[in-house]
Design a binder for this molecule. Structure first.
Ligand code: AMP
Length: 283
């Protein structure tokens, strides 16, 4: 399996693809791959001639050193998983290769979508995401790039970045993959004990409760019930908000469709999840 580690290797490989008029799909990741990641890679593999998966734990997007250090790293296992898929190559740069001295970068203003929810709770996080994705898009110049709706706000940030820097890449949103019991797949789940994992299911239960009651009961009452489910399971909520899926502004009343977003600490591990909830039409 081709595993590139330098920018030069990528540039040469990309030039050859262009000469052969092949379409390139790109899936940026931080590794510790699971079926959620693989669903993006499979879609990219179906829709393109070649797929590049980047694996890079980006220090710039971590606002807590402890979280960065505890982030799982398992490149050999990741390579073994990707080997099974056709037309996939890996880019696993080190930090010096990702951020070479002197490489120009003009930061962008994200506006409101960068300051709410994750942006409010993790200062600098999206600036770090923009920085790394800018460099990856500029280097790789894919035709299409694949991102998970699990990180719904990140997807909005990526669309804005793509327009701002005029990359002209097709951004493809992929649905959240869940374990059979509903827990959203995440590399961070590896850090949960069996007991914590069980408690973490409360996030899915809370989101499901909101989905089932959207448009039926007063929005504040439903939100409070959802908060209670998560807190009773022993998690510490960072935020639980019902927002407009486009602007990410908090909904004061039910709309036709809303996005319910949660971030909560399960022990030491911060988990996020979201669900689009359509208001139930009453007869
Ligand atoms: P990460 O390695 O966490 O940075 O994730 C890399 C990409 O995989 C991002 O676009 C994520 O949104 C996506 N992703 C992570 N978990 C899931 C999941 N459970 N379902 C679908 N996509 C996911």
């Amino acid at each position: 399996m081709q595993t590139f580690v330098t920018r030069d290797e990528i540039t040469n490989w990309r030039k050859q693809l262009a000469r052969d008029q092949k379409k390139l799909g790109f899936v940026p990741t931080m590794g510790a791959l699971h079926d959620g990641h693989l669903s993006l890679v499979k879609k990219a593999s179906e829709e393109n001639d070649a797929v590049l998966v980047s694996i890079f734990v980006n220090p710039k997007q971590f606002n807590q050193q402890a979280d960065l250090q505890a982030y799982p790293r398992m490149l050999d296992a990741d390579i073994a998983l990707l080997r099974a898929l056709p037309n996939v190559v890996i880019f696993a740069p080190n930090e010096a290769e990702m951020y070479p001295t002197g490489l120009a970068f003009e930061p962008m203003q994200l506006g409101e979508i960068g300051t709410v929810l994750e942006g409010a709770k993790r200062p600098g996080h999206f600036d770090g995401v923009v920085h790394v994705v800018h460099h990856l898009f500029a280097l790789i110049a894919p035709d299409r790039a694949y991102f998970g709706e699990k990180d719904f706000q990140q997807l909005a940030v990526i669309r804005k970045l793509n327009e701002h820097y005029q990359f002209g890449i097709e951004i493809i949103a992929c649905p959240t993959k869940r374990d059979p019991d509903g827990l959203a797949m995440s590399s961070r789940n590896l850090r949960l004990s069996a007991n914590e994992r069980n408690n973490a299911l409360s996030i899915f239960k809370a989101l499901t409760l909101i989905k089932e009651n959207a448009g039926k009961l007063p929005i504040d009452a439903v939100r409070n019930q959802a908060i209670q489910i998560i807190e009773e399971a022993g998690l510490m909520i960072d935020y639980l908000e019902i927002v407009d899926p486009r602007s990410l502004k908090i909904c004061q009343s039910w709309q036709q469709i809303q996005l319910c977003c949660v971030a909560a600490f399960c022990g030491e591990v911060r988990l996020i999840d979201n669900m689009l909830c359509e208001s139930v039409k009453l007869p």
